[in-house]
Design a protein around this ligand. Structure first.
Ligand code: URA
Length: 265
């Protein structure tokens, strides 16, 4: 009993037991486990702190907070997969707009995509189907992707906002800022090589730079380990056919850079 580790172990048990008297029951280590074994940090299994599909957000927060409130960034950081992040976004009221009853439009596509496309916000069809770019702009986007030899399933598609704004108005600055940390975590989990922003709202929000689309396009900006570039939004292209040529140039540049960076074939 004069092994200092065993002494320490017994002191910890005594401390935990006195804490239990104050704070109520919690589980102690299995007493059939030898103290030497219990103290061997090499063999200690790390607790599974992931959110599983059947754990509620409150269970998950308890698991992570150990009584202390976590910051949003800490909570986002604790989401270790897109599934976990999606569950977390589903509980996040700050992602909502002032349109009631909208559905989460999290994102769709290959979770390991080397090309990620980011639009503005879900519209009516996207809200109904829970998937980005499924309306008229989405049909055009699919054609643009095919023209540069991508299938929709090869890439990942998301929006700056994860809920539909009323009347399809532009996302306002407050909505964009509230949604941004969630999108940044999504980008970090996907780790694309190239991000293509569709439209000025997407480009200016991510680059944190207020400029015209004409000035922003044509450049690959370093962004969270990826290269980010901007082109016209497909919905704008439907209304302004004169932007077909610049979009064609932009997406061809994207395809070329994607291949240069060794994007998945
Ligand atoms: N426009 C967008 O920006 N995103 C969508 O998902 C649909 C239309």
């Amino acid at each position: 009993m004069n092994n200092p580790e065993i002494k320490l172990f017994n002191e910890i048990i005594q401390f935990l037991e006195s804490e239990r008297e104050i704070y109520g029951p919690f589980s102690l280590p299995d007493s059939s486990v030898e103290p030497e074994q219990a103290l061997n940090t090499d063999t200690v299994n790390k607790p599974d702190t992931s959110i599983s599909a059947n754990s509620s957000a409150s269970e998950w927060l308890t698991l992570h907070s150990e009584g202390k409130p976590l910051s949003l960034l800490e909570k986002l950081d604790a989401c270790k997969s897109l599934e976990e992040l999606k569950l977390f976004c589903g509980q996040a009221n700050e992602l909502r707009t002032d349109l009631n009853g909208t559905r989460l439009v999290f994102g769709v596509g290959n979770p390991n995509a080397d090309l990620m496309l980011i639009g503005e916000a879900p519209g009516e069809q996207e809200d109904i189907q829970g998937e980005p770019f499924v309306g008229a702009a989405g049909q055009l986007l699919n054609k643009i992707l095919e023209a540069i030899n991508f299938k929709r399933e090869d890439v990942y598609i998301a929006n700056i906002l994860k809920h539909r704004p009323p009347g399809n108005r532009n996302p306002n600055p407050d909505e964009r800022q509230r949604s941004l940390p969630y999108l940044l975590r999504q980008i970090d989990l996907i780790r694309p090589k190239i991000i293509l922003c569709l439209g000025k709202i997407s480009g200016t929000t991510l680059l944190n730079k207020d400029d015209s689309l004409g000035n922003l396009r044509g450049v690959f900006y370093p962004f969270r380990g990826a290269e980010l570039t901007v082109t016209y939004h497909p919905a704008a292209l439907l209304r302004n056919p004169q932007w077909k040529r610049p979009v064609w140039e932009d997406v061809q540049r994207v395809r070329k850079r994607y291949d240069e960076l060794g994007g998945k074939p």
